[in-house]
Write a protein that binds this ligand. Structure first.
Ligand code: SF4
Length: 388
């Protein structure tokens, strides 16, 4: 049985009369699917189930000869990826951008709820611990971007960054791919909207403030909780909530329009903090706000359940029941239009609370669109005829 099947079975036990969460937890612990704490220190996921496209599911088990003690901890590794193009296009009717750049695959921040986790399966890797530790960087991204922007038929519209993986995750400190991309965008007066959980974005205030002066840049800080302990357990390597609030303040003081994204809101885990987060963000200079309900596509559902069973066993059935009440009885419904905010009375209540709080605080609905009329095509060496 695969790790995710084991979790599904435990989920069934948790809701079964006469069984309950205690039995469900025991079932998961005895199955051996959970990676030992000393191997996954500072990581979000508790398991490392093989990718969903793999024909064989592999997981470690103790054969009685203490072989598990020899297994090393999950260390962060970075592999260079050499794509042919770097701008990703989408036609989703419920996202406010049609193009984006992801300088990295995988994300060391390790948020257990991250809806980008299942993309690691396309690399033959796990959406669990592999997603947080086996990362891919695209060091050639700036050159590729320049080339794509120079195409004769390129039509300029806001570029989104941070919509899949975080462009300011810890490896950006050394790889600096995000900064190089921003340098290209600034050169061409190309608009950019960034979403991040990292205070590292303040390193690029020089570029972003120059772009913002021309109406070409906005930044959204994602804040899920003001409770440091909760934040550490569900997004272990992301900067603390207070650092993120301070980043909002610094960006705002530099004249860069800043939004706060409360994403994701998880019923009975962090949803009670909604108004406090908005309030704190506004006090630090946020101008507009958005929220997204927890999304559990593919492997994320099992990863989140394992986390919930480990950290909040007493709330397990309550949280899952609320989630299902907002997803038509399922863990997740990918329907366009409702996937971001859910359906039903509890989802309605969340949206209503958000509307009331933002109106009271004077926070506008989050925007992504920026001006694109200043765009000038970049010069790419070797692609233009020289006059002399
Ligand atoms: S910071 Fe964003 S991309 Fe990174 S793990 Fe968290 S949710 Fe995913």
């Amino acid at each position: 049985m695969s790790a995710l099947e084991t979790i599904e079975q435990a989920d069934g036990l948790a809701f079964q009369r006469g069984a309950g969460v205690a039995k469900a937890r025991t079932a998961v612990e005895r199955s051996g699917i959970r990676i030992a704490d000393n191997r996954r220190r500072g990581r979000g996921a508790g398991i490392n189930q093989s990718g969903r496209f793999e024909t064989v599911s592999r997981h470690v088990f103790d054969d009685g000869w203490q072989t598990l003690e020899e297994l090393p901890p999950f260390k962060t590794q970075v592999t260079v990826e050499e794509p042919k193009t770097v701008i990703a296009r989408n036609q989703s009717p419920d996202v406010p951008f049609d193009r984006s750049i992801n300088p990295y695959r995988g994300c060391e921040h390790g948020c257990v709820y991250c809806f980008a986790r299942p993309t690691h399966s396309f690399m033959g890797l796990s959406a669990g611990l592999d997603f947080e530790s086996k990362l891919f960087a695209k060091p050639d991204a700036a050159r590729l971007l320049r080339k794509e922007l120079a195409a004769r038929d390129y039509e300029c519209k806001s570029m989104a960054m941070g919509t899949n993986t975080d462009p300011y995750q810890p490896i950006e400190r050394t790889w600096r791919v995000t900064r190089e991309i921003l340098e290209v965008l600034e050169d061409c007066d190309h608009p950019v909207g960034i979403v991040t959980k990292s205070a590292l974005v303040t390193r690029d205030i020089d570029i972003l403030s120059r772009m913002a002066k021309k109406g070409l840049a906005r930044v959204a800080l994602s804040i899920t909780s003001l409770d440091r302990r909760l934040s550490r357990s569900m997004e272990p390597r992301a900067p603390t909530p207070s650092l993120r609030l301070d980043a909002i303040r610094q960006l705002s003081e530099a004249g860069i329009p800043v939004s706060v994204m409360v994403a994701p809101l998880i019923p009975a885990i962090n949803d009670h903090e909604l108004e406090r987060i908005l309030d704190a963000a506004k006090a630090n200079g946020a101008q507009d706000a958005g929220f997204v309900l927890l999304r559990l596509p593919h492997e994320v559902s099992g990863l989140f359940k394992e986390w919930l069973m480990r950290h909040y066993p007493d709330r397990y059935t309550h949280v899952l029941s609320l989630i299902r009440s907002m997803r038509g009885g399922k863990d997740y419904d990918a329907q366009w239009g409702t996937r971001m905010r859910g359906v039903g009375p509890y989802a309605w209540q969340m949206s209503r609370r958000f509307d009331i709080a933002t109106r009271k605080l004077g926070l506008a609905p989050m925007r992504m669109a920026l001006r694109s009329d200043l765009f000038k095509s970049p010069n790419v060496p070797g692609t233009q005829l020289s006059l002399f």
